[in-house]
Design a protein around this ligand. Structure first.
Ligand code: ADP
Ligand code: ZN
Length: 604
């Protein structure tokens, strides 16, 4: 007996088989069941509602907060021959009326709609008159008040369940920690829904953490040298920082564009479009950028400043390598980041409970950064998923860090903070430890404290590492009253009294200028033989032209991985071409001849 879902998967989407739990989810929802789906970015969530929408009677309604991306999502479906449309505030009245008409006439398989529009009385009564096959609630974590993408309208989506109790609902998210999951189920009235929780491991992603030298831009440039011509995202802490980093990258000849919430909306949208459509654009952005960006060929995500939490970090980095091919994640952070973030949280408007929560999240992230454990094991562990470690694709596995006994150094550092009155930043305290003759030292009479010049055994860089790690493990904290000042914590006592031993990571040696940092090996890219490479280049060129003509992102036409497979297989006719993964009936029909022609023309 043939399986209609598998049939559609092959015929329309061109994929030979289901991935992970897709088959079970599709079957469950097609059969009318409610589902809560947790899958990492790039895991293949869309198919989990798109196939049931095609298999069930009526239109599948997709609630999504990502207005800017609906057009691309819908365009990608239309390219596959699926009758899809969207409704949001970017449409003019006539087009919107047209879409509503199609919905009522039963001419749509999938309709994407923004939550604020869905919840209007007018739209809900429109739905009463339409035939709906299922409700899909994408980015379901937006219902969580503690998450980073909270959308109050998501709380009202229970109305769907109340008014249409018999229509199946499927909620999907890539944010997976257990409290958020519980909150989603509760807030969306999905307690009885079947939960599908996938592994969050992304084996193609390589994790790397480095300690910042100065502002970290030179290190970033070294890292980018291994990714020339590739698309990627650089996340920075603030709008000002975004602009300055973008300028420095541009000055270094990199096709970098800024993106943050303070920019002119049109310029910002233009930059996003260029990132999606052109090859090799580096987007320098605050975290305002990226939710739902489903560009599959993002080859790296670099954090030039410390993110706010492990969840945020995982989500931001998850945007790399959605096509399953190797991608690299790079995070640089220093003492200044920790002090800035801590001060910002403590001085913020939030209530005490929220502040404690955010500080706790920051601590967990710092623990991750300083850890000598396999990064993958640490990250997955945070989401409650066991991993044996030794992944072979993170810095700690590739170049195991060494540690040293830092008990004495920690005592000296803490006691010097104490002797100088707990009102100075690390720079000055290090000067005192190293017996430096500075104006500030003389001004405060610190050449007379007992810890003056007791730290000549370490250089400044090593001391910075000591202070950073002391803050990271909570033995020193930022004093909000005196900006940048460090003070002792309740945990410092046992160390000062010699009752607790500490081990520190060795600081990586400073890389020589113009050379790549030790171990900054580039991700192994897929190598093609010479002929295949020629064909691949010809196909990419054809794809770029075709995408421009249609004003759609290149990946909507074909993914890199599909082009590569075509280049390697060098098919002679449409039959052979149609058997390559990623080529469904509609794409074969639209582009088959052109692809074959270009293969033929590029033959040596
Ligand atoms: P998510 O929404 O979970 O981030 P998507 O639905 O965008 O992920 O899918 C990510 C990528 O995986 C897309 O390029 C999609 O075409 C591909 N994909 C999804 N399911 C399959 C499958 N069964 N076989 C091959 N590729 C798939
Ligand atoms: Zn590892």
């Amino acid at each position: 007996m043939s399986d209609p879902a598998l049939d559609l998967l092959r015929r329309i989407f061109g994929h030979p088989a289901f991935r992970g739990e897709q088959a079970q989810i599709v079957e469950h929802v097609t059969g009318g069941g409610d589902a809560l789906v947790l899958m990492p970015t790039g895991g293949g969530k869309s198919l989990c509602y798109q196939l049931p929408a095609l298999l069930r009677d009526g239109c599948g309604l997709v609630v999504s907060p990502l207005i800017a991306l609906m057009q691309d999502q819908v365009e990608a479906l239309r390219q596959l021959g699926v009758r899809a449309a969207y409704l949001n505030s970017t449409l003019d009245a006539a087009t919107a009326a047209d879409v509503e008409h199609q919905l009522l006439a039963g001419e749509l398989d999938l309709l994407y709609v923004a939550p604020e529009r869905l919840l209007t009385g007018r739209f809900l009564s429109l739905l009463e008159r339409a035939r709906i096959g299922l409700f899909a609630i994408d980015e379901a974590h937006c219902v969580s008040q503690w998450g980073h993408d909270f959308r109050p309208e998501y709380r009202q989506l229970t109305v769907l369940h109340e008014r249409w109790p018999d229509i199946p609902r499927i909620a999907l998210t890539a944010t997976a920690d257990a409290p958020t999951r519980r909150e989603i189920a509760e807030r969306l009235a999905l307690e009885d829904a079947r939960q599908f929780v996938s592994s969050f491991d992304r084996p193609n992603l390589r994790y790397r953490v480095v300690h910042k030298d100065g502002a970290g831009v030179r290190q970033l440039l070294d890292f980018l040298a291994g990714h020339r011509g590739e698309s990627g995202i650089v996340y920075a802490f603030s709008r000002k920082r975004v602009e300055s980093v973008a300028e420095q990258l541009q000055a270094a000849g990199i096709k970098a564009l800024p993106y943050h919430a303070g920019m002119d909306a049109q310029v910002r949208a233009g930059n996003q479009r260029r990132f999606l459509q052109e090859d090799g654009v580096v987007m320098v952005a605050t975290i305002a950028f990226g939710m739902g960006i489903d560009k599959p060929d993002v080859r790296f995500v670099a954090h030039v400043d410390l993110p706010k939490s492990i969840e945020g970090y995982y989500q931001e980095t998850g945007r790399a390598g959605r096509d399953g091919e190797p991608a690299e994640l790079w995070l640089s952070y220093g003492l200044g980041d920790m002090v800035n973030l801590r001060t910002m949280i403590q001085q913020g408007e939030a209530g005490e409970e929220r502040k404690r929560l955010e500080l706790g999240k920051l601590d967990a992230l710092l623990g991750y950064c300083e850890s000598t454990q396999c990064r993958r094991q640490a990250l997955l562990g945070w989401f409650g998923e066991p991993h044996p470690g030794a992944c072979g694709n993170c810095d700690n596995c590739l170049e195991p860090p060494s540690s040293w006994d830092g008990t004495q150094a920690a005592r000296k550092a803490l006691s010097c903070v104490y002797r100088t009155g707990q009102r100075f930043g690390a720079g000055h305290v290090i000067d005192v430890l190293r017996g430096a003759d500075t104006e500030k030292v003389r001004q405060w009479g610190h050449e007379r404290v007992s810890t003056f010049a007791i730290g000549n055994d370490l250089d400044e860089r090593q001391w910075r590492g000591v202070f950073r790690q002391l803050v990271a493990v909570g033995l020193l904290e930022a004093d909000v009253e005196h900006h940048g000042a460090l003070r002792l914590t309740a945990a410092s006592g046992p160390v000062l009294r010699g009752e607790r031993e500490l081990r520190f990571r060795h600081e990586a040696p400073k890389p020589a200028r113009g050379r790549k940092a030790r171990g900054a090996t580039t991700v192994q890219m897929i190598e093609l033989d010479v002929d295949s490479q020629l064909r691949f280049d010809a196909l990419r060129h054809w794809r770029a032209t075709t995408a421009r003509e249609q004003n759609v992102p290149a990946y909507v036409i074909f993914h890199d991985s599909t082009l590569r497979a075509i280049a390697e297989a060098a098919p002679d006719d449409l039959d052979e071409l149609g058997r390559i993964p990623g080529i469904g009936a509609s794409k074969l029909d639209r582009y088959g001849e052109a692809v074959l022609q270009h293969l033929f023309d590029s033959a040596p």
